[in-house]
Ligand binder design. Sequence first.
Ligand code: MD3
Ligand code: FE
Length: 220
Amino acid sequence: MTFDLFDDLPPSGPATPAVEPLADGAVVLRGVARPDAEVLVADVQAVIATAPWRHMVTPGGLQMSVAMTNCGAVGWVSDARGYRYDPIDPLSANPWPEMPASFRQLATTAAAQAGFAGFEPDACLINRYAPGTRLSLHQDRDERDYGAPIVSVSLGLPAVFLFGGMRRADKPQRVRLAHGDVVVWGGPSRLAFHGVAPLADGDHPLLGQLRINLTFRKAL
Ligand code: MD3
Ligand code: FE
Protein backbone atom coordinates (compact mmCIF):
# COMPACT_ATOMS: atom_id res chain seq x y z
CA MET A 1 0.00 0.00 0.00
CA THR A 2 1.40 3.41 -0.94
CA PHE A 3 0.22 6.88 -0.01
CA ASP A 4 0.26 9.88 -2.27
CA LEU A 5 0.78 12.96 -0.10
CA PHE A 6 -0.89 15.14 -2.76
CA ASP A 7 -3.98 12.99 -3.36
CA ASP A 8 -6.37 15.37 -1.67
CA LEU A 9 -4.93 18.67 -2.88
CA PRO A 10 -6.80 20.62 -5.56
CA PRO A 11 -5.18 20.77 -9.02
CA SER A 12 -2.49 23.43 -9.03
CA GLY A 13 -1.30 26.10 -11.44
CA PRO A 14 -2.91 27.96 -14.32
CA ALA A 15 -3.35 24.87 -16.54
CA THR A 16 -7.07 25.67 -16.82
CA PRO A 17 -7.62 29.45 -16.82
CA ALA A 18 -10.66 31.23 -15.48
CA VAL A 19 -13.46 30.73 -17.97
CA GLU A 20 -15.76 33.74 -17.76
CA PRO A 21 -19.16 33.27 -19.41
CA LEU A 22 -20.12 36.25 -21.57
CA ALA A 23 -23.30 35.06 -23.23
CA ASP A 24 -24.91 31.78 -24.24
CA GLY A 25 -22.06 29.93 -25.99
CA ALA A 26 -19.48 32.72 -25.55
CA VAL A 27 -16.66 32.64 -22.99
CA VAL A 28 -13.76 34.97 -22.23
CA LEU A 29 -10.37 33.54 -21.24
CA ARG A 30 -8.82 36.64 -19.67
CA GLY A 31 -5.15 37.15 -20.50
CA VAL A 32 -4.43 33.62 -21.69
CA ALA A 33 -2.54 34.85 -24.78
CA ARG A 34 -0.24 37.11 -22.73
CA PRO A 35 2.63 34.61 -22.40
CA ASP A 36 2.58 34.11 -26.21
CA ALA A 37 2.16 37.77 -27.16
CA GLU A 38 5.74 38.47 -28.36
CA VAL A 39 5.75 35.34 -30.52
CA LEU A 40 2.27 36.12 -31.90
CA VAL A 41 3.32 39.67 -32.84
CA ALA A 42 6.52 38.42 -34.51
CA ASP A 43 4.41 35.94 -36.47
CA VAL A 44 2.02 38.75 -37.51
CA GLN A 45 5.07 40.64 -38.83
CA ALA A 46 6.05 37.56 -40.86
CA VAL A 47 2.53 37.30 -42.32
CA ILE A 48 2.43 40.96 -43.39
CA ALA A 49 5.82 40.65 -45.10
CA THR A 50 4.00 38.37 -47.60
CA ALA A 51 0.42 39.65 -47.31
CA PRO A 52 0.57 43.37 -46.38
CA TRP A 53 -2.12 45.29 -44.49
CA ARG A 54 -4.82 46.66 -46.73
CA HIS A 55 -8.11 48.54 -46.34
CA MET A 56 -10.75 46.46 -48.04
CA VAL A 57 -13.80 47.98 -49.73
CA THR A 58 -17.33 46.89 -48.86
CA PRO A 59 -19.69 45.71 -51.62
CA GLY A 60 -21.39 49.11 -51.14
CA GLY A 61 -18.15 50.91 -52.05
CA LEU A 62 -17.04 52.12 -48.59
CA GLN A 63 -13.43 51.68 -47.54
CA MET A 64 -13.10 49.96 -44.15
CA SER A 65 -11.19 51.86 -41.44
CA VAL A 66 -9.80 48.56 -40.09
CA ALA A 67 -6.67 47.41 -41.95
CA MET A 68 -6.76 43.66 -42.63
CA THR A 69 -4.82 40.68 -43.86
CA ASN A 70 -5.15 36.89 -43.56
CA CYS A 71 -3.23 33.69 -43.16
CA GLY A 72 -4.31 30.08 -43.58
CA ALA A 73 -5.74 28.01 -46.42
CA VAL A 74 -8.28 30.72 -47.21
CA GLY A 75 -8.65 34.41 -46.35
CA TRP A 76 -11.67 36.65 -45.89
CA VAL A 77 -12.00 39.15 -48.71
CA SER A 78 -14.40 42.03 -49.32
CA ASP A 79 -14.64 43.92 -52.61
CA ALA A 80 -17.22 45.21 -55.09
CA ARG A 81 -18.19 41.59 -55.85
CA GLY A 82 -19.13 40.86 -52.23
CA TYR A 83 -17.70 39.00 -49.23
CA ARG A 84 -16.04 35.60 -49.60
CA TYR A 85 -13.25 33.30 -48.46
CA ASP A 86 -10.59 33.07 -51.16
CA PRO A 87 -7.49 30.81 -51.29
CA ILE A 88 -5.68 33.58 -53.22
CA ASP A 89 -4.71 37.02 -51.89
CA PRO A 90 -6.08 39.41 -54.54
CA LEU A 91 -3.28 41.90 -53.78
CA SER A 92 -0.41 39.51 -54.62
CA ALA A 93 -2.27 36.88 -56.68
CA ASN A 94 -0.48 34.32 -54.45
CA PRO A 95 -1.88 31.99 -51.76
CA TRP A 96 -2.17 33.51 -48.29
CA PRO A 97 0.75 32.76 -45.93
CA GLU A 98 0.45 29.56 -43.92
CA MET A 99 -1.07 29.83 -40.49
CA PRO A 100 1.83 30.05 -37.99
CA ALA A 101 2.04 27.16 -35.51
CA SER A 102 1.76 29.65 -32.61
CA PHE A 103 -1.62 30.86 -33.97
CA ARG A 104 -3.01 27.39 -34.62
CA GLN A 105 -2.00 26.04 -31.22
CA LEU A 106 -3.47 28.98 -29.28
CA ALA A 107 -6.77 28.77 -31.18
CA THR A 108 -7.13 25.02 -30.72
CA THR A 109 -6.21 25.10 -27.02
CA ALA A 110 -8.55 28.01 -26.29
CA ALA A 111 -11.44 26.38 -28.14
CA ALA A 112 -10.92 23.14 -26.20
CA GLN A 113 -10.93 25.07 -22.88
CA ALA A 114 -14.28 26.54 -23.91
CA GLY A 115 -15.74 23.13 -24.73
CA PHE A 116 -15.01 22.97 -28.47
CA ALA A 117 -12.52 20.10 -28.69
CA GLY A 118 -11.19 19.40 -32.19
CA PHE A 119 -11.47 22.98 -33.52
CA GLU A 120 -9.21 23.20 -36.57
CA PRO A 121 -9.28 26.69 -38.08
CA ASP A 122 -8.49 27.03 -41.79
CA ALA A 123 -8.59 30.85 -41.84
CA CYS A 124 -7.24 33.61 -39.62
CA LEU A 125 -8.39 37.17 -40.33
CA ILE A 126 -5.99 39.71 -38.82
CA ASN A 127 -7.44 43.14 -38.01
CA ARG A 128 -5.40 46.26 -37.18
CA TYR A 129 -6.93 49.22 -35.35
CA ALA A 130 -5.38 52.66 -34.84
CA PRO A 131 -7.02 55.26 -32.56
CA GLY A 132 -10.40 56.21 -34.06
CA THR A 133 -10.76 52.97 -36.03
CA ARG A 134 -14.08 51.21 -35.54
CA LEU A 135 -15.92 48.16 -36.85
CA SER A 136 -19.65 48.61 -37.32
CA LEU A 137 -22.21 46.02 -36.17
CA HIS A 138 -22.25 42.93 -38.37
CA GLN A 139 -22.69 39.16 -38.34
CA ASP A 140 -20.02 36.66 -39.47
CA ARG A 141 -22.03 34.56 -41.92
CA ASP A 142 -19.54 33.79 -44.70
CA GLU A 143 -18.38 30.50 -43.14
CA ARG A 144 -19.93 27.18 -44.16
CA ASP A 145 -20.40 25.57 -40.74
CA TYR A 146 -21.92 27.72 -37.99
CA GLY A 147 -21.43 24.76 -35.61
CA ALA A 148 -17.73 25.66 -35.42
CA PRO A 149 -16.88 28.54 -33.06
CA ILE A 150 -14.87 31.66 -33.86
CA VAL A 151 -11.89 32.28 -31.58
CA SER A 152 -10.69 35.89 -31.17
CA VAL A 153 -7.39 37.06 -29.68
CA SER A 154 -6.87 40.70 -28.66
CA LEU A 155 -3.37 42.23 -28.62
CA GLY A 156 -2.16 45.74 -27.82
CA LEU A 157 -4.47 48.63 -26.93
CA PRO A 158 -7.76 47.72 -25.23
CA ALA A 159 -11.04 48.02 -27.13
CA VAL A 160 -14.71 48.24 -26.26
CA PHE A 161 -16.35 45.31 -27.97
CA LEU A 162 -20.05 45.67 -28.80
CA PHE A 163 -21.95 42.44 -28.38
CA GLY A 164 -25.52 42.56 -29.62
CA GLY A 165 -28.27 40.04 -30.13
CA MET A 166 -29.71 38.17 -33.05
CA ARG A 167 -31.22 41.36 -34.51
CA ARG A 168 -29.22 44.42 -35.54
CA ALA A 169 -31.57 46.61 -33.49
CA ASP A 170 -30.88 44.68 -30.23
CA LYS A 171 -28.99 46.97 -27.83
CA PRO A 172 -25.40 45.72 -27.60
CA GLN A 173 -23.59 45.10 -24.31
CA ARG A 174 -20.16 46.71 -24.05
CA VAL A 175 -17.27 44.39 -23.13
CA ARG A 176 -13.71 45.59 -22.61
CA LEU A 177 -11.19 43.37 -24.40
CA ALA A 178 -7.58 43.89 -23.35
CA HIS A 179 -4.16 42.60 -24.37
CA GLY A 180 -4.06 38.81 -24.20
CA ASP A 181 -7.81 38.25 -23.86
CA VAL A 182 -9.16 35.35 -25.87
CA VAL A 183 -12.88 34.91 -26.59
CA VAL A 184 -14.54 31.80 -27.95
CA TRP A 185 -17.83 32.49 -29.73
CA GLY A 186 -19.91 29.39 -30.29
CA GLY A 187 -23.43 28.10 -29.89
CA PRO A 188 -26.15 30.75 -30.11
CA SER A 189 -23.53 33.55 -29.87
CA ARG A 190 -21.98 32.49 -33.15
CA LEU A 191 -24.46 34.49 -35.21
CA ALA A 192 -24.90 37.47 -32.87
CA PHE A 193 -24.39 41.01 -34.19
CA HIS A 194 -21.12 42.49 -32.95
CA GLY A 195 -18.68 45.33 -33.58
CA VAL A 196 -15.91 47.44 -32.06
CA ALA A 197 -16.33 51.03 -30.74
CA PRO A 198 -13.84 53.64 -32.02
CA LEU A 199 -10.44 52.79 -30.52
CA ALA A 200 -9.29 55.20 -27.81
CA ASP A 201 -5.81 56.73 -27.84
CA GLY A 202 -3.17 54.98 -25.81
CA ASP A 203 0.31 53.58 -25.85
CA HIS A 204 0.96 49.88 -25.43
CA PRO A 205 4.41 48.55 -24.46
CA LEU A 206 4.41 45.91 -27.23
CA LEU A 207 2.25 47.46 -29.97
CA GLY A 208 2.39 51.23 -29.40
CA GLN A 209 -0.74 52.96 -30.70
CA LEU A 210 -2.26 49.83 -32.19
CA ARG A 211 -4.68 47.06 -31.43
CA ILE A 212 -4.38 43.82 -33.37
CA ASN A 213 -7.13 41.22 -33.32
CA LEU A 214 -6.81 37.69 -34.65
CA THR A 215 -10.02 35.80 -35.49
CA PHE A 216 -9.76 32.10 -36.18
CA ARG A 217 -12.43 30.53 -38.32
CA LYS A 218 -13.39 27.26 -39.88
CA ALA A 219 -14.50 28.71 -43.20
CA LEU A 220 -14.58 25.61 -45.43
C1 MD3 B 1 -19.03 37.25 -32.08
N1 MD3 B 1 -13.57 41.35 -35.30
O1 MD3 B 1 -13.18 40.13 -37.63
S1 MD3 B 1 -13.36 40.04 -32.43
C2 MD3 B 1 -14.36 40.21 -37.24
O2 MD3 B 1 -12.09 42.97 -32.61
C3 MD3 B 1 -14.63 40.91 -35.97
O3 MD3 B 1 -11.52 42.82 -34.69
C4 MD3 B 1 -13.67 42.13 -34.11
O4 MD3 B 1 -15.73 41.06 -35.62
C5 MD3 B 1 -12.32 42.67 -33.76
O5 MD3 B 1 -15.32 39.73 -37.84
C6 MD3 B 1 -14.28 41.40 -33.01
C7 MD3 B 1 -14.64 39.19 -31.61
C8 MD3 B 1 -15.61 38.44 -32.45
C9 MD3 B 1 -15.27 37.91 -33.67
C10 MD3 B 1 -16.20 37.17 -34.37
C11 MD3 B 1 -17.45 36.92 -33.84
C12 MD3 B 1 -16.85 38.22 -31.95
C13 MD3 B 1 -17.78 37.48 -32.61
C14 MD3 B 1 -18.41 36.14 -34.50
C15 MD3 B 1 -19.63 35.90 -33.94
C16 MD3 B 1 -19.96 36.47 -32.72
FE1 FE C 1 -17.06 39.79 -36.86
